[in-house]
Design a protein around this ligand. Structure first.
Ligand SMILES: Nc1ncnc2c1ncn2[C@@H]1O[C@H](COP(=O)(O)OP(=O)(O)O)[C@@H](O)[C@H]1O
Ligand SMILES: NC(=O)OP(=O)(O)O
Length: 313
């Protein structure tokens, strides 16, 4: 059976038309799980990685806002919380969606730790957008009142940014391997809870949010999957994105992708890590493919009728 890692975008899991409530997210997750169940039923072995940018930012904000009443939780704990509730939504929705195909495969989330390097340069240069979107004035006010670093995010408004070191080692990879054959595993949620390894071998959480696109790529490499699929809000990656001459791409070779990256077509913190994760995957696995598309085009993209496919040549 072909194996695939499917990465679900944190923003894509939020409803665009309503408040960012748990109920609104569950509705999007339910719909998404219908597509994932179809992929599973069509004969793929799969694992799911999800983002957590909006979710972890809001958990953090809630804690900071309630600081006078209860102590705020650190970032790594908020990351673990986001893995818990997003994983729970996916477990519940996917189990139901699979049953419609008469597939009773267990769906299990693993609270996953991801080792990062203590001296990763990303700690000195926050780039990962989290939480909601703000106007420039609101962003300036948040910087003044809470000390947040705020940056514009792909033309969609201002968001808080925090450090996003590269994922180096999936701590629970052996457990993912043990479960893989008979289970759909949800792992590396939010890129994994970022931890550093101490000299004595203990792990310690750090203040960061790992990019789930890079984490999904690492998982795909470690599990030797046939494909990596990154699902987000757009059906295809574009060049000249958002401009009158926008051109959607059905295919990119590694060399073409590298040129587009060089030319600055992909926004940092949003589309750039997705493209770079796909490039890393096909560079290490010539002959395999990576796909970027939207949640609702996942099935068609696997059939080859839409989405952006990245291959080595
Ligand atoms: N070149 C591009 N082509 C397509 N979308 C782009 C491009 N550059 C930036 N984007 C934006 O990046 C978004 C995907 O990033 P993001 O929302 O951060 O992902 P996620 O769904 O993983 O949270 C798209 O929905 C789009 O708004
Ligand atoms: N952690 C992470 O990459 O989240 P998003 O998918 O929300 O960017």
């Amino acid at each position: 059976m072909p194996k695939i890692v499917i990465a679900l975008g944190g923003n894509a899991l939020q409803s665009k038309n309503s408040e960012p409530t748990a109920e609104a997210q569950l509705a999007v997750v339910r719909k998404t799980c219908e597509y994932i169940a179809e992929i599973s039923a069509s004969g793929y072995e799969l694992a799911i990685v999800h983002g957590n940018g909006p979710q972890v930012g809001r958990i953090m904000l809630a804690g900071e806002t309630a600081r006078d009443v209860v102590p705020a939780m650190p970032f790594d704990v908020c990351g673990a919380m986001s893995q818990g509730y997003i994983g729970y939504h996916i477990q519940q929705a996917l189990r139901y969606a699979l049953a419609k195909w008469n597939k009773n495969i267990p769906v299990v989330s693993i609270v996953t730790q991801m080792v990062v390097e203590r001296d990763d340069p990303a700690f000195a240069n926050p780039t990962k957008p989290i939480g909601g979107f703000y106007t420039r004035e609101e962003a300036e006010e948040l910087t003044a009142s809470k000390g947040y670093v705020m940056k514009e995010d792909a033309g969609r408004g201002y968001r808080r940014v925090i450090a996003s070191p590269l994922p180096r080692k999936i701590v629970e990879i052996d457990q993912v391997r043990q479960l893989w054959d008979k289970t759909i595993v949800i792992t590396c949620g939010g890129g994994g809870v970022p931890v550093v390894e101490n000299m004595d071998g203990t792990l310690e959480g750090v203040e960061a949010v790992i990019d789930k696109d890079y984490a999904a790529e690492l998982l795909a490499e470690q599990m030797d999957t046939d494909a990596l699929m990154i699902l987000t809000e757009v059906e295809m990656v574009s060049i000249h994105w958002g401009k009158p001459n926008q051109q959607n791409l059905r295919h990119m070779s590694l060399a073409e992708a590298a040129r587009y990256v060089q030319e600055g077509h992909f926004a940092p913190g949003s589309m750039l890590p997705k493209v770079q994760a796909c490039m890393n995957f096909v560079r290490s696995n010539p002959g395999k493919k990576a796909i970027i598309t939207s949640l609702d085009h996942a099935v068609d993209a696997l059939k080859g009728t839409t989405g952006t496919v990245i291959t080595f040549a």
